[in-house]
Design a protein around this ligand. Structure first.
Ligand SMILES: C[S@@+](CC[C@H](N)C(=O)[O-])C[C@H]1O[C@@H](n2cnc3c(N)ncnc32)[C@H](O)[C@@H]1O
Length: 364
């Protein structure tokens, strides 16, 4: 006989999960801050000449940052609770692998300091065939050892980003999922499995994995210039359930896809690493590849115009990390760039350090 579940059990489970999520985020935030404080102390001690000349963050600004993180986590929880993605997504990370790699993050620091001190920004593996990459790409973005061009770099990247953002990187990436799902409703009369979603500059595939959990049936594609990062993405995505995601090494400025072949495109944390002309080329090519009615969802750093209160933090970011195009990016007008390509209904919203733009390619 069917027995009804006692009501209080229903209440306990979500509250417990929410507390677990908040505790995890707090733990990540404390770990990220402690890591950064200790590594700054070590830098001061062992390589003071490499110390970036940044401004101290006043208390008021710290409060603003904390408030902004708390809003981000509320949105993250709300979207999960509303079923935009499963609650399990909030806890998803290769925890054991990260724990095993964490000592490497420390061991890698001295070479990062040396590179910063000696202003070596094009210190990339000599074995790579530099002909096949755009010149702007062959650099040590954020002083990353080997740039984006080795398995070693790909193995550390996710953990380093998580530390950089005090454990909020994945929550910020997930902000693309609600607008992506809304955009795909335009094709609701078609079977979900026939819809193609392309993640541009997919890197190690964190965003693709999140899309897979929110939209398990759609066909997933990811492109990136780094074979090493794509190998990592393949390991994370193609070892789990679901159809294989197609991962292609290509330049996002000139993608190997036919016109109008995708119903949605996402692109996370790429634009700030491109010079202005390449930023425009990427958006133009996304427009070309999207089917009319299709949606593009971009996520990248907030900018000065939408977040003036964080101006000093944004301006200091590229003094701390090698980000050659960041200063240009934070003053760039992405809405105008999208409109210039032909996109319509451009909307944007900010979540902690991330701005999310949504736009559609008009129907014919
Ligand atoms: C900051 S990472 C972001 C990766 C990923 N989307 C994420 O959320 O972590 C930038 C990525 O863009 C890729 N990239 C940079 N320029 C590119 C280009 N012109 N075409 C394709 N990928 C590019 C890099 O290889 C790297 O994986």
């Amino acid at each position: 006989m069917h027995q009804e579940k006692p009501k209080e059990n229903f209440m306990v489970e979500p509250n417990f999960t929410r507390i677990a999520y908040q505790t995890l985020q707090q733990g990540k935030s404390i770990a990220g801050l402690a890591h950064k404080q200790l590594s700054t102390k070590l830098l001061e001690l062992f390589a003071p000449e490499a110390m970036p000349k940044t401004q101290p963050i006043p208390n008021e600004l710290f409060k603003e940052l904390r408030l902004s993180i708390s809003k981000l986590e509320k949105s993250d929880w709300k979207d999960a609770e509303e079923g935009i993605y499963p609650v399990s997504q909030l806890f998803d990370a290769p925890w054991l692998e990260w724990a095993a790699r964490y000592p490497l993050v420390w061991l890698d620091l001295p070479s990062t300091w040396l590179r910063r001190r000696n202003k070596r920004t094009r210190d990339i593996p000599t074995r790579i065939d530099s002909e096949i990459y755009p010149k702007y790409y062959l650099q040590n973005f954020h002083h990353q050892t080997d740039g984006y061009l080795s398995d070693y770099s790909a193995g550390l990247y996710d953990l380093q980003v998580e530390i950089l953002f005090n454990g909020t990187a994945d929550s910020m990436r997930r902000r693309i999922l609600a607008p992506l799902k809304r955009g795909l409703k335009r094709f609701k009369e078609r079977p979900e499995a026939s819809l193609r979603v392309l993640d541009v500059a997919t890197g190690t595939g964190r965003t693709l994995k999140q899309i897979r959990s929110a939209l398990p049936k759609v066909e997933l594609l990811g492109i990136d210039l780094s074979s090493a990062y794509l190998r990592k993405a393949s390991h994370y995505i193609n070892n789990s359930k679901g159809d294989l995601a197609q991962l292609i090494r290509a330049n996002a400025e000139d993608m190997p896809f036919t016109n109008e072949s995708m119903q949605a495109i996402t692109c996370v944390f790429l634009l700030h690493e491109l010079p202005g002309f390449a930023r425009q080329n990427v958006l133009e090519d996304c427009f070309r590849v999207l089917e009319p009615g299709g949606t593009i969802v971009l996520a990248d750093s907030i900018q000065i115009a939408d977040s003036p209160k964080f101006k000093s933090i944004l301006e200091d970011f590229h003094k701390t990390f090698h980000e050659p195009y960041y200063s240009d990016y934070i003053n760039d007008d992405i809405n105008s760039r999208l409109t210039k390509c032909g996109f319509k209904s451009v909307k944007a919203e900010s979540h902690f350090m991330t701005r999310v733009w949504t736009a559609t390619k008009p129907d014919k």
